[in-house]
Write a protein that binds this ligand. Structure first.
Ligand SMILES: [Zn+2]
Length: 317
């Protein structure tokens, strides 16, 4: 069995257990924690995230994949501390989110790829913590030129290291198709590609087209409903069941894209976020899985989606 690097070192793939494939301990922006640390309530985030993950651990959660990147203010020390205090394994990421540093847009992907490789093979900053997944992002309107540079760099780092790729997309604009086209052009193994945020829309034609290409789908925004016009959690769950009925139980993963409300957001925003998802990392186990069972999913199906699929995808089986 392969081992997967996490914030606290390697974990056997077989021991990942119940896994949420796309989450965050806390997100900010590049450089803030060094230059304007007073903007970040680091102690508060550690305390709240630890509490939220402990609660989820008690209900069966064993692993989260934290796909925060450099430009999301990734703080490996904070993530490692939360992993240690909560008991939940946290897999961490290299790559970039939407705010690609401007100079990255001016260079060849071959300049960027070795930096991702270094974070996978040697570790991130001075922590020794190794990334086990490469995150890339594109959003409304499609892939911008700087985002294309890092997408190609991600493919090259993946080819060199074997690490899987996890994407952020905007599915109403079918952005996953554009990502797959570029990754294919780069020769990436589509069996090692996870197209994320694929449940912001209910277009089965788009989703089945991606699955037929051979990628995995992350139905990893729950409960949803924060963006007007996107599906609510019940519609998202119906889409999951329709993909299962179409024969893709072995190719989908569920997650929330959750992070704890930050003190710097102010009381009103924090309250709104708590109302939107009072269950945090437990929303899927408390609401979505029971609904899937009502719709006819078996315990075997649920084990496949929440345990076996993450083990196979992140473990590189
Ligand atoms: Zn995310």
């Amino acid at each position: 069995m392969p081992a997967i690097n996490t914030a606290l070192g390697p974990v056997e793939a077989a021991d990942l257990g119940y896994t949420l494939s796309h989450e965050h301990v806390g997100t900010n922006a590049a450089g803030l924690r060094h230059t304007y640390p007073e903007f970040i309530d680091r102690a508060g985030i550690i305390e709240q995230s630890t509490a939220a993950l402990k609660e989820a651990y008690a209900e069966g959660l064993r692993t989260i994949v934290d796909v925060s990147t450099f430009d999301l203010g990734r703080d490996i020390g904070m993530i490692a501390q939360v992993a240690r205090q909560s008991g939940v394994n946290i897999v961490v990421a290299t790559g970039n989110h939407l705010a690609v540093p401007r100079p990255f847009g001016d260079v060849s992907p071959d300049v960027i790829a070795p930096m991702y490789v270094r974070e996978i093979e040697q570790g991130i900053e001075d922590t020794g913590v190794k990334a086990a997944v490469i995150k890339v992002a594109s959003d409304r309107g499609g892939i911008t030129p700087p985002q294309e540079v890092v997408l190609r760099a991600a493919a090259r780092a993946h080819l060199q290291t074997g690490a899987p790729i996890s994407t952020h997309t905007w599915s109403p604009d079918r952005v996953g198709e554009q990502q797959v086209a570029i990754l294919e052009e780069e020769g990436a193994d589509l069996n090692r590609v996870y197209i994320g945020h694929s449940n912001d829309d209910t277009d089965l034609d788009y989703l089945l087209g991606l699955l037929n290409k051979g990628v995995w789908l992350g139905l990893d925004r729950y409960p949803g409903g924060r963006v007007p016009g996107t599906p609510d959690w019940e519609q998202r769950t119906e889409v999951a069941k329709r993909l299962m009925d179409a024969g893709y139980t072995h190719r989908i993963m569920l997650s929330h894209d959750y992070s704890v409300p930050k003190a710097r957001h102010g009381a009103e925003v924090q309250e709104e976020r708590r109302r939107a998802n009072p269950d945090g990392y437990n929303f899927i186990s408390r609401m979505v899985l029971p609904r899937l069972r009502e719709l006819g999913a078996t315990e075997g199906d649920i084990q496949q989606i929440m345990v076996e699929n993450p083990r196979r995808f992140f473990g590189g089986e």
